[in-house]
Design a protein around this ligand. Structure first.
Ligand code: C2E
Ligand code: SIN
Ligand code: SIN
Ligand code: FE
Length: 361
């Protein structure tokens, strides 16, 4: 059994889920829409039922792959009211008997339910992706004042992913730092300094050292950020990355020993994502030039972070940093600030969301 879905341009079908097909083979299959049995079924929004083995022998050219050349076969379009969503293929019965009309009726019903469910899931995914990219774009816009190349957010996010992946190897964090955590982390980290929008230029862009009064104002960026994200959460509850973003915005300047701001939280009372972001943010602040300071070499930054073990930083996260420090140095070089902004990379093809996996399973 397989479910085939079109690519975003609706040019070809690929296997989204299958049972009984070698996954390696399934991955490579691409059926142009309008070609082959599945491609035609998709285009015509109808079903094809092939009941006898001889049919496939007679018409081998109709099949883009011999996987579908087996009989009996039902290939049925999954339709939503207006669009064809995909194709369901059922073939190779164990008993090799033709499909009964009751079975065909059942498959037909299944296809209409699945068509609506998958259509909803895809719409939902499109909305979520739009929402996430708007949020990240806003964060980049906010960051633009003191980071004109925009690479700071990108670097800090990737440093966080490095740390989360490394930490996720440990027994303690294996269950917590899963793919879903990292998915949320990539969206949440760019929001960590969103509260800096409320800091006046005279402080944010001050070339020299801040006075104690200015420092107090500067530190409010954590609370402003927290409140901003809380107000988004109030309007769109249940979005897990926003909850993580709230924890990062409020906790990324807390210290392991409790001497940080804004709340003076200590140890594991600081959300894990914030403890990770703290190491990543400071490494980036140290190794790049800021309006108020020059960049320092990797080795010196390494030393400072080591010295912060157990005082400023969570020792386990520093350990993860030390294990991957070579990757930090490489990534820092790769994403170095240059005056001209680099062209945006093409968006990767998104994988199935958990929701979609659930409906197609
Ligand atoms: P930022 O520039 O992104 O720095 C983030 C954090 O990196 C700092 O948090 C601090 O923990 C660490 N850090 C940065 N530079 C150094 C350094 O030279 N040595 C050490 N040991 N740590 C460093 P912090 O201090 O809470 O500052 C938060 C934000 O406040 C900074 O973000 C920056 O935007 C602003 N800021 C802090 N100090 C100054 C300053 O003297 N002048 C100006 N104009 N802004 C400052
Ligand atoms: C959406 O509106 O796209 C869904 C919001 C959510 O994920 O809770
Ligand atoms: C997403 O899945 O794109 C964001 C996370 C969520 O909706 O909870
Ligand atoms: Fe900050």
């Amino acid at each position: 059994m397989s479910i085939l879905l079109p690519d975003p341009h609706r040019e070809y079908l690929t296997i989204a889920r299958s049972v009984g097909i070698d996954p390696e083979v399934a991955k490579r299959i691409q059926i142009p829409i309008g070609k082959g049995v599945a491609g035609e079924v998709f285009q015509r929004r109808q079903a094809t039922v092939g009941q006898h083995a001889s049919q496939s022998a007679d018409q081998p050219a109709r099949y883009s792959t011999d996987i579908y050349a087996s009989m009996p076969l039902v290939c049925s379009a999954m339709n939503e009211t207006e669009v064809t969503v995909g194709v369901l293929n059922v073939t190779e019965r164990y008993d090799n008997k033709p499909f009964s009309s009751a079975e065909l009726e059942c498959l037909n019903l299944l296809c209409s339910v699945a068509g609506c469910a998958i259509h909803d899931a895809l719409n939902r995914r499109a909305r979520e992706e739009a929402r996430d990219s708007i949020v990240v774009a806003l964060a980049q816009l906010a960051e633009h004042r003191d980071d004109d190349t925009g690479k700071h957010l990108d670097r800090v996010t990737r440093f966080c992913v490095l740390l989360a992946e490394e930490l996720g190897r440990s027994e303690k964090y294996r269950a917590v730092l899963d793919d879903a955590f990292i998915h949320d982390l990539q969206r949440a980290v760019p929001l960590h300094d969103i509260g800096k929008v409320a800091i006046p230029d005279s402080i944010l862009l001050k070339p020299g050292k801040l006075t104690p009064e200015e420092r107090v104002i500067m530190q409010t960026h954590t609370e402003v950020g927290t409140r901003t994200i809380q107000s988004i959460i109030a309007r769109t509850p249940g979005v897990s990355f926003l909850h993580m973003a709230e924890g990062i915005a409020s906790g990324h300047h807390e210290r392991w020993d409790g001497n940080g701001y804004p709340r003076g939280l200590a140890g594991e009372n600081i959300p894990l994502a914030a403890r990770i972001a703290s190491v990543a943010d400071v490494y980036d602040a140290l190794t790049t030039q800021r309006v108020y300071k020059a960049a320092m070499p990797h080795e010196r930054a390494l030393q400072i972070i080591k010295e912060g073990t157990g005082t400023q930083f969570d020792p386990e996260i520093v350990q993860a940093f030390l294990t991957r420090e070579g990757d930090f140095a490489t990534l820092a070089k790769e994403l170095i600030d240059t005056p001209a902004p680099a062209p945006a990379a093409p968006a990767p093809t998104p994988a199935l969301t958990p929701e979609l996996a659930a409906v197609s399973a």
